[in-house]
Design a protein around this ligand. Structure first.
Ligand code: GSH
Length: 206
Protein backbone atom coordinates (compact mmCIF):
# COMPACT_ATOMS: atom_id res chain seq x y z
CA UNK A 1 0.00 0.00 0.00
CA UNK A 2 2.81 2.38 0.92
CA UNK A 3 4.65 1.61 -2.32
CA UNK A 4 1.48 2.01 -4.40
CA UNK A 5 0.91 5.40 -2.77
CA UNK A 6 4.60 6.31 -3.07
CA UNK A 7 4.77 7.21 0.62
CA UNK A 8 8.01 7.19 2.62
CA UNK A 9 8.26 4.58 5.37
CA UNK A 10 10.65 2.70 7.60
CA UNK A 11 10.18 -1.08 7.57
CA UNK A 12 11.13 -2.97 10.73
CA UNK A 13 11.33 -6.75 10.32
CA UNK A 14 10.68 -9.19 13.18
CA UNK A 15 11.40 -12.88 13.68
CA UNK A 16 8.08 -14.75 13.35
CA UNK A 17 6.13 -15.02 15.49
CA UNK A 18 7.55 -12.11 17.52
CA UNK A 19 5.44 -13.21 20.52
CA UNK A 20 7.86 -16.16 20.77
CA UNK A 21 11.08 -14.79 19.26
CA UNK A 22 11.13 -11.11 20.17
CA UNK A 23 9.07 -10.58 23.30
CA UNK A 24 10.11 -6.91 23.56
CA UNK A 25 7.69 -6.34 20.63
CA UNK A 26 4.81 -6.91 23.07
CA UNK A 27 5.63 -3.48 24.53
CA UNK A 28 4.74 -1.97 21.15
CA UNK A 29 1.86 -4.31 20.33
CA UNK A 30 0.48 -6.38 23.25
CA UNK A 31 -1.32 -8.59 20.70
CA UNK A 32 2.05 -9.67 19.32
CA UNK A 33 0.66 -9.66 15.79
CA UNK A 34 2.05 -8.10 12.66
CA UNK A 35 1.59 -5.69 11.06
CA UNK A 36 1.86 -2.75 13.44
CA UNK A 37 1.84 0.65 11.77
CA UNK A 38 3.09 3.65 13.73
CA UNK A 39 2.44 7.13 12.41
CA UNK A 40 3.10 9.76 15.07
CA UNK A 41 0.68 8.99 17.91
CA UNK A 42 -1.35 6.64 15.70
CA UNK A 43 -0.86 2.89 16.17
CA UNK A 44 -2.80 0.44 14.05
CA UNK A 45 -2.82 -3.37 13.87
CA UNK A 46 -5.64 -4.12 11.39
CA UNK A 47 -4.30 -4.38 7.82
CA UNK A 48 -7.44 -3.20 6.05
CA UNK A 49 -7.90 -0.28 8.43
CA UNK A 50 -4.27 0.67 7.72
CA UNK A 51 -5.05 0.68 3.98
CA UNK A 52 -8.07 2.91 4.58
CA UNK A 53 -6.01 5.21 6.83
CA UNK A 54 -3.27 5.57 4.21
CA UNK A 55 -5.82 6.36 1.48
CA UNK A 56 -7.31 9.05 3.72
CA UNK A 57 -3.84 10.51 4.33
CA UNK A 58 -3.47 11.02 0.58
CA UNK A 59 -6.76 12.86 0.36
CA UNK A 60 -7.51 11.73 -3.16
CA UNK A 61 -6.24 8.49 -4.70
CA UNK A 62 -7.63 6.05 -7.28
CA UNK A 63 -6.71 3.29 -4.81
CA UNK A 64 -9.92 3.94 -2.91
CA UNK A 65 -13.44 3.96 -4.29
CA UNK A 66 -15.56 6.80 -2.95
CA UNK A 67 -19.23 6.70 -1.92
CA UNK A 68 -20.33 8.54 -5.05
CA UNK A 69 -18.85 5.87 -7.36
CA UNK A 70 -20.72 2.82 -8.67
CA UNK A 71 -18.27 0.31 -7.27
CA UNK A 72 -18.34 1.65 -3.70
CA UNK A 73 -20.22 -1.27 -2.15
CA UNK A 74 -18.14 -3.87 -3.99
CA UNK A 75 -14.98 -2.03 -2.94
CA UNK A 76 -15.84 -2.12 0.77
CA UNK A 77 -16.97 -5.72 0.46
CA UNK A 78 -13.78 -7.01 -1.20
CA UNK A 79 -11.56 -4.82 0.96
CA UNK A 80 -12.85 -6.71 3.99
CA UNK A 81 -13.39 -10.04 2.18
CA UNK A 82 -9.61 -10.46 1.83
CA UNK A 83 -8.72 -10.11 5.47
CA UNK A 84 -11.93 -11.35 7.10
CA UNK A 85 -13.05 -14.20 4.85
CA UNK A 86 -9.98 -15.42 2.94
CA UNK A 87 -7.24 -15.30 5.54
CA UNK A 88 -9.36 -16.86 8.31
CA UNK A 89 -9.24 -20.43 6.91
CA UNK A 90 -5.57 -19.88 6.00
CA UNK A 91 -4.65 -19.22 9.63
CA UNK A 92 -6.00 -22.67 10.54
CA UNK A 93 -3.96 -24.27 7.76
CA UNK A 94 -0.85 -22.42 8.94
CA UNK A 95 -1.37 -23.49 12.51
CA UNK A 96 -2.34 -27.12 12.01
CA UNK A 97 -0.02 -27.90 9.09
CA UNK A 98 3.08 -25.89 10.03
CA UNK A 99 3.27 -24.08 13.35
CA UNK A 100 2.14 -26.75 15.79
CA UNK A 101 4.61 -29.29 17.10
CA UNK A 102 4.44 -32.51 15.05
CA UNK A 103 2.31 -34.38 17.60
CA UNK A 104 -0.28 -31.57 17.72
CA UNK A 105 -0.53 -31.14 13.95
CA UNK A 106 -3.91 -32.00 12.41
CA UNK A 107 -3.59 -32.83 8.71
CA UNK A 108 -7.35 -33.30 8.34
CA UNK A 109 -8.05 -29.84 9.81
CA UNK A 110 -5.42 -28.33 7.49
CA UNK A 111 -6.95 -30.06 4.45
CA UNK A 112 -10.54 -29.10 5.42
CA UNK A 113 -9.62 -25.44 5.77
CA UNK A 114 -7.51 -25.55 2.60
CA UNK A 115 -10.63 -26.68 0.74
CA UNK A 116 -12.66 -24.00 2.49
CA UNK A 117 -10.17 -21.30 1.43
CA UNK A 118 -10.11 -22.58 -2.17
CA UNK A 119 -13.93 -22.71 -2.32
CA UNK A 120 -14.10 -19.11 -1.08
CA UNK A 121 -11.57 -18.10 -3.73
CA UNK A 122 -13.82 -19.55 -6.42
CA UNK A 123 -16.38 -16.87 -5.63
CA UNK A 124 -13.93 -14.39 -7.20
CA UNK A 125 -14.14 -16.21 -10.54
CA UNK A 126 -17.41 -14.56 -11.57
CA UNK A 127 -15.74 -11.16 -11.49
CA UNK A 128 -12.23 -12.10 -12.57
CA UNK A 129 -13.27 -14.06 -15.63
CA UNK A 130 -14.35 -10.78 -17.25
CA UNK A 131 -12.71 -7.98 -15.20
CA UNK A 132 -9.00 -7.32 -14.63
CA UNK A 133 -9.49 -6.15 -11.06
CA UNK A 134 -11.89 -7.08 -8.31
CA UNK A 135 -14.03 -3.92 -8.41
CA UNK A 136 -14.51 -0.49 -9.97
CA UNK A 137 -12.66 -1.48 -13.17
CA UNK A 138 -9.31 -0.41 -11.73
CA UNK A 139 -6.65 -1.49 -9.25
CA UNK A 140 -7.66 -0.50 -5.71
CA UNK A 141 -6.85 -1.26 -2.09
CA UNK A 142 -9.38 -4.11 -2.35
CA UNK A 143 -6.95 -5.84 -4.74
CA UNK A 144 -4.19 -5.38 -2.17
CA UNK A 145 -6.37 -7.03 0.48
CA UNK A 146 -7.38 -9.98 -1.74
CA UNK A 147 -3.85 -10.15 -3.20
CA UNK A 148 -2.35 -10.60 0.26
CA UNK A 149 -4.45 -13.74 0.77
CA UNK A 150 -3.23 -15.04 -2.60
CA UNK A 151 0.36 -14.38 -1.55
CA UNK A 152 -0.19 -16.25 1.71
CA UNK A 153 -1.81 -19.07 -0.28
CA UNK A 154 1.43 -19.28 -2.30
CA UNK A 155 3.46 -19.62 0.89
CA UNK A 156 1.10 -22.46 1.86
CA UNK A 157 1.79 -24.20 -1.46
CA UNK A 158 -1.76 -23.70 -2.76
CA UNK A 159 -1.11 -21.59 -5.86
CA UNK A 160 -1.37 -24.55 -8.22
CA UNK A 161 -4.93 -25.08 -6.96
CA UNK A 162 -6.09 -21.58 -7.94
CA UNK A 163 -8.55 -21.41 -10.85
CA UNK A 164 -7.21 -20.04 -14.18
CA UNK A 165 -8.97 -16.68 -13.67
CA UNK A 166 -7.59 -16.30 -10.13
CA UNK A 167 -4.08 -17.37 -11.27
CA UNK A 168 -4.09 -14.80 -14.08
CA UNK A 169 -5.29 -12.10 -11.66
CA UNK A 170 -2.60 -13.03 -9.13
CA UNK A 171 0.00 -12.80 -11.90
CA UNK A 172 -1.27 -9.31 -12.83
CA UNK A 173 -0.93 -8.19 -9.21
CA UNK A 174 2.61 -9.58 -8.95
CA UNK A 175 3.62 -7.75 -12.14
CA UNK A 176 2.91 -4.38 -10.59
CA UNK A 177 5.97 -2.20 -10.04
CA UNK A 178 4.87 -1.29 -6.52
CA UNK A 179 4.55 -4.98 -5.59
CA UNK A 180 8.06 -5.64 -6.90
CA UNK A 181 9.39 -2.66 -4.95
CA UNK A 182 7.65 -3.88 -1.78
CA UNK A 183 9.24 -7.32 -2.10
CA UNK A 184 12.67 -5.75 -2.69
CA UNK A 185 12.21 -3.43 0.32
CA UNK A 186 11.26 -6.41 2.49
CA UNK A 187 14.28 -8.40 1.39
CA UNK A 188 16.66 -5.46 1.86
CA UNK A 189 15.26 -4.75 5.35
CA UNK A 190 15.47 -8.45 6.28
CA UNK A 191 19.11 -8.69 5.23
CA UNK A 192 20.22 -5.44 6.84
CA UNK A 193 18.36 -6.26 10.09
CA UNK A 194 19.53 -9.89 10.16
CA UNK A 195 15.99 -11.35 10.03
CA UNK A 196 14.73 -14.05 7.66
CA UNK A 197 12.01 -12.74 5.35
CA UNK A 198 10.38 -16.18 5.20
CA UNK A 199 8.56 -17.34 8.37
CA UNK A 200 10.29 -20.23 10.11
CA UNK A 201 8.11 -23.33 9.50
CA UNK A 202 8.52 -24.89 12.86
CA UNK A 203 7.54 -22.33 15.44
CA UNK A 204 4.46 -22.63 17.54
CA UNK A 205 2.15 -19.70 18.28
CA UNK A 206 -0.02 -20.27 21.36
N1 GSH B 1 -6.53 -8.90 11.60
C1 GSH B 1 -5.11 -8.69 11.62
C2 GSH B 1 -4.42 -10.00 11.72
C3 GSH B 1 -3.04 -9.87 12.27
C4 GSH B 1 -2.43 -11.24 12.49
O1 GSH B 1 -3.06 -12.14 13.04
N2 GSH B 1 -1.20 -11.41 12.02
C5 GSH B 1 -0.56 -12.70 12.07
C6 GSH B 1 0.31 -12.88 10.83
S1 GSH B 1 -0.61 -12.85 9.35
C7 GSH B 1 0.38 -12.77 13.25
O2 GSH B 1 1.07 -11.80 13.51
N3 GSH B 1 0.43 -13.92 13.94
C8 GSH B 1 1.40 -14.12 14.98
C9 GSH B 1 0.80 -14.34 16.32
O3 GSH B 1 -0.44 -14.42 16.42
O4 GSH B 1 1.58 -14.43 17.27
C10 GSH B 1 -4.72 -7.93 10.35
O5 GSH B 1 -5.60 -7.30 9.78
O6 GSH B 1 -3.57 -7.88 9.94
Amino acid sequence: MLEELDMAYELVMLPFPPRVHDRSYLNDNPLGTIPLMIDGHTRMTESVAICQYLCAQQGSTPLQVTADEDGFGAYLNYLHFGEATLTFPQTLVLRYAYFETPTRRQPSVAEDYTKWFLARLKTLDNVLSHDEYICANRFTAADISVGYALLLGCHLGLADRYTPAVSAYWQRLQNRNAYQRALAAQQKAAISQGVSDVPAPDVRPS
